[in-house]
Design a protein around this ligand. Structure first.
Ligand code: 6GU
Length: 247
């Protein structure tokens, strides 16, 4: 999968080129391209922003350098095969369903806004899809773009060292993750739950299911409600556990 990022701050993206995603790039599974919008400014001072028509505080990113950057990466070629996204608190909030949808794309281009945003004509002409990462405001789209890149890229086959963790398939999907422990068995007097040392995988799975249910019900009642609805796929034992939590 190819991901192009248009930004005024390409150096911020060293955060994603290190680590797991960087390795996937070396392996050729991912291809990242960071384009500095300022490089496409035709102004002698490399200006990329200006005051808004109609007045008001703050600067707006100019259309022309963004058009130049998009044309440089041939964003207008095979337009229907490429996703163009604009990171903005005005967009629809990203969720796992959207992330899965994006993970199936061949090429994604992400525009990061700064200051008060971008000239509306950029969004209209290129028919950009506006995406937010939550109901709060950041100083720019870069951190949001990195959240999107990380969450999408990890779903691309071969990116994660171990594919398809248990919590993403099976009954655990839609639930918060159960508590996990590693060595030592006793850390400063805090012991690993006995059942996890039992070697009885059926009981361990039921314990994990119960903990996941308990946690989800307490922290995310919205997710819990959704999980409980039309639950025909549970085994007898799992159903018993669910009924215990519901009581
Ligand atoms: Cl995508 N951009 C900015 N600037 N703030 C945000 C956001 C995006 N998502 C949530 N807050």
């Amino acid at each position: 999968m190819k991901i192009n990022v248009l930004t005024l701050f390409p150096e911020m993206f060293s955060a994603v080129t290190g680590s797991i995603l960087g390795r996937a790039c070396e392996k050729g599974i991912l291809e990242f391209r960071f384009i500095n919008i300022r490089d496409f400014s035709q102004d002698k001072h490399k200006k990329a922003d200006d005051y808004t028509f109609g007045g008001g505080p703050g600067l707006l990113m100019l259309a022309d350098p963004i058009f130049g950057a998009l044309e440089h990466i041939d964003a207008d070629k095979d337009r229907d095969k490429k996703k163009l996204l604009y990171m903005s608190p005005r967009g629809k909030v990203l969720d796992q369903t959207k992330i899965e949808e994006l993970a199936a794309e061949k090429e994604i281009t992400i525009l990061c806004g700064h200051y008060e945003g971008v000239d509306q004509r950029v969004l209209d002409y290129w028919q950009m899809e506006e995406v937010s990462i939550g109901d709060y405001v950041l100083t720019g789209g870069e951190l949001a773009a990195m959240v999107l890149m990380d969450s999408v890229a990890r779903l691309v086959p071969g990116v994660l060292p171990r594919e398809g963790s248990a919590t993403e398939e099976s009954i655990y999907s839609g639930l918060l993750e159960y508590p996990q422990y590693t060595k030592p068995r006793d850390y400063r007097g805090m012991e690993v739950p006995e059942i996890l040392l039992s070697g009885n995988h059926k009981l361990i799975d039921l314990w994990r299911f119960e903990e996941a249910l308990r946690l989800t019900k307490e922290v995310r009642p919205d997710l819990f409600e959704k999980f409980v609805r039309n639950r025909e796929d549970l085994t007898k034992d799992e159903r018993k556990v669910l009924e215990k939590i519901l009581k």
